[in-house]
Design a protein around this ligand. Sequence first.
Ligand SMILES: [Zn+2]
Length: 90
Amino acid sequence: MPGYAKPVYFIFLVIATFGVAGGVLAYKRGRSIVLWCLLSMIFPIFLLVIWFQKPIKEVPGGFRQCAGCKEWIGWDAAVCKYCNASQPPA
Ligand SMILES: [Zn+2]
């Protein structure tokens, strides 16, 4: 039947999307891409876990440490959201 996708393909697509999302979030935090990709595919709740994980190192385009308070802020942030210190350009 044309235009009909088997539900099993849809499930694979959703699982793959969870895995890619987990891998990207892990990459931006300097964490293990493979580990978080697998965890997110098996237990999508780990997407929330990795979302709230602090980075373990600076990743260009991901996160960097505030020059003032050492909290982790977005790579492009001009002002620290914790201490309001202005940041040097990335
Ligand atoms: Zn700060």
